[in-house]
Design a protein around this ligand. Structure first.
Ligand SMILES: [Fe+2]
Length: 311
């Protein structure tokens, strides 16, 4: 069926009707967004001659996506999370705001309420015996280049199986394993001991991977560590670092890798270094300083509120 009906008044009136634009009740913003997305969808159906079979396969897919709680995984996989970052970067550029540490996507696996530690935290509970000890530390700086004592560094990462506590299908991890909030010390320094995480992939039989297969794409991420960093007078930074040397560092299905977010990972096996960190064997060290950006006219103009798990 190649008939062109999208631009007829019948279809255009129908789109307004279906979007509630003829109704006084409801939410004007929701109407505006639905009208636009519905219009774009109708147009795509006509332009691409999308068949009923293809359309109903899509409807079944959405049901499967929701039932699997994978919408937050498909989103970065299709680049939408990265696109929102691009837009915020462009907004900053237009305002002449020079950012220090680059932002990158949050991902769907943050959990609020992690234990709080002063200056230093051990993130892992020692139960992941395949783990290689990691020491990561650095200084949080403000927009003026001065250290920020009391800055709050929230950190979370996966274990050596690529699973996060609270989302671990094996049930092996205790709550908040490899999740902490570290308050920077009087010199703005944070430090933690953990294990080097490994990368992970989308559930192989899940709907996100199924769609990626249709696109000829893999669904894997390089090993990485997530951060939220906050301090008074500054905007919240959402970012991640990648583990240097991971083969997927520049081939992340979620498009989170950015220049400046792949700090060197240095293997330390000398006695002095081991002793300096109170360890009893070789470890990997990452030094990563973080620079926040100032509030804009007294507010965080880019704060992102989204549903997040709290435990
Ligand atoms: Fe992650």
């Amino acid at each position: 069926m190649a008939a062109k009906i999208f631009n007829t008044s019948e279809v255009q009136d129908f789109l307004r009707l279906a979007s509630g634009l003829n109704q006084s009740g409801g939410n004007p913003r929701a109407k505006q967004i639905i009208h636009r997305i519905l219009s774009d969808l109708f147009k795509a159906i006509e332009d691409l001659n999308i068949t009923s079979d293809e359309y109903w396969a899509g409807v079944a897919y959405l049901n499967r996506l929701g039932a699997s709680s994978e919408a937050g995984l498909l989103s970065p996989g299709l680049g939408l999370d990265r696109y929102f970052d691009m837009r915020m970067d462009a907004e900053d550029e237009a305002l002449g705001i020079a950012n220090g540490t680059p932002r990158t996507i949050e991902g769907p696996l943050y959990v609020s309420g992690a234990p709080v530690a002063q200056g230093f935290a051990r993130l892992d509970d020692g139960s992941d015996t395949a783990g290689h000890t990691l020491i990561m530390h650095g200084t949080v700086y403000g927009a003026d280049g001065q250290p920020l004592p009391g800055a709050q560094v929230e950190v979370w990462h996966a274990n050596t199986k690529g699973f996060y506590s609270h989302f671990d299908p094996t049930g092996e991890q205790k709550p908040f394993n490899m999740r902490r909030t570290i308050i920077a010390d009087g010199q703005g320094r944070y430090k933690f001991q953990s294990i080097v995480p490994v990368g992970y992939g989308c559930p192989p039989d899940g709907p996100t991977q199924a769609l990626l297969n249709q696109l000829g794409r893999h669904g894997n991420r390089p090993a990485h560590i997530h951060f939220f960093v906050t301090a008074s007078g500054h905007r919240k930074l959402t970012t991640q670092i990648n583990i240097d040397g991971d083969p997927l560092v520049y081939d992340d299905f979620a498009y989170a890798t950015r220049e400046g977010l792949v700090p060197p990972l240095v293997e330390r096996s000398d006695a002095a270094s081991i002793q300096a960190h109170g360890l009893n064997g070789p470890f990997a060290e990452i030094v990563f300083d973080i620079t926040l950006s100032a509030l804009v006219d007294g507010i965080d103009n880019q704060i992102v509120e989204r549903p997040r798990l709290a435990a």
